[in-house]
Design a protein around this ligand. Structure first.
Ligand code: GRG
Length: 297
């Protein structure tokens, strides 16, 4: 299953819509250094891939951009929060993000920590508001899923393993579990949120969740490949850092070819979960799974 669709052009279109929505959501808050730092990181470059997944899953269930835009923006806000904290000197210590100084370089470390914290809580503020969805049960489901995906058993837990595994010999299973938690759960929740909003049935929801998980894992493995093979100009961040830090990745353990093969297999598996969606038009989701492993940034 492979499809010729220009995902990059579509990503560029949606990026603008998501950026505008984040700007709209942040507008009306009192001007401050903290708000400037939040805007600096959340209304900036980037692929906007996670909101794009939310939008495209929504589309296969006949949801409009208006139906999913707040959820999509909140996912991107969480992602931006994680990038700010990931770049901190105490984490991955990166000076460059999305082709410009990372938040703690453009401002200072304390401001960056607070900007990340404030974006984190802001995402939940948005999702708990009736302006997002009138149905309190839906809001609770979305918030519960997102919170679980980014907490101790999700993104934060995965980041902890990522730091703990530096310079250690760990198994393939440990690497994949860490990457699932650190990266893939947010992809999965980006997809599943749209199926919650669409009130899709359990079989469809599970298929979408698994699609997101496999997609996210493939994405992270290719991210590690780009760290070795990519160019800084294209990636917008410093590369070659994994080897220096002794990061546990499939690339460091088994080499580039194995990592690419594994990412390709995961992308195929992601697509195969979509078969459970029957006649629905999921061509864009297939194209996203192709894009994730073909990308060079
Ligand atoms: C946010 C709960 C929470 C905790 C913070 C710092 C941290 C704990 C987690 C880090 C998670 C992280 C940054 C994982 C890496 C995922 C990754 C490859 C990010 C790059 O994503 P792209 O390429 O970035 O989609 P753009 O700039 O295109 O948006």
């Amino acid at each position: 299953m492979s499809i010729t669709i220009n995902i990059e052009a579509q990503l560029a279109d949606l990026s603008e819509t998501v950026r505008d929505e984040i700007a709209r959501l942040l507008a009306g808050n009192q001007a401050s250094k903290l708000l400037e730092a939040m805007k600096y990181s959340a209304i900036s470059g980037g692929k906007y891939l996670r909101p794009f997944i939310t939008y495209n899953v929504g589309k296969i269930f006949d949801l409009s951009i208006q139906d999913v835009i707040v959820a999509a923006a909140s996912i991107e806000i969480i992602h931006c929060y994680s990038l700010i904290h990931d770049d901190l000197p105490s984490m991955d210590n990166d000076d460059l993000r999305r082709g410009k100084p990372s938040c703690h370089k453009a401002f200072d470390e304390a401001t960056a920590i607070l900007a990340g914290d404030a974006l984190h809580t802001f995402a939940f503020e948005i999702l708990s508001s009736e302006n997002f969805n009138k149905d309190a049960e839906i809001r609770c489901k979305v918030i519960n899923l997102l919170a679980k995906s980014i907490g101790m058993n999700g993104m934060a837990g995965g980041q902890m393993f990522d730091l703990q595994y530096e310079q250690l010999e760990v198994s393939e299973e440990e690497i994949l579990t860490m990457q699932k938690m650190k990266t893939a759960y947010l992809f999965s929740v980006s997809a599943e949120i749209a199926s919650i909003l669409a009130k899709s049935n359990d079989i469809e929801r599970l298929a979408i969740r698994n699609y997101g998980l496999k997609l996210g894992l493939a994405f992270q493995i290719i991210d590690d490949v780009i760290d070795v093979e990519g160019t800084e100009k294209h990636a917008g961040k410093k590369l070659g850092k994994d080897e220096l830090a002794g990061k546990a990745t499939l690339v460091s353990k088994f080499g580039i070819d194995y990592a690419k093969m594994k990412a390709h297999k995961l992308s195929q598996e992601a697509k195969s979960h979509l078969l459970a969606l029957g006649d629905r038009d999921y061509n864009n989701l297939i194209a996203i799974a192709d894009f994730v492993i073909a990308r060079s940034y």
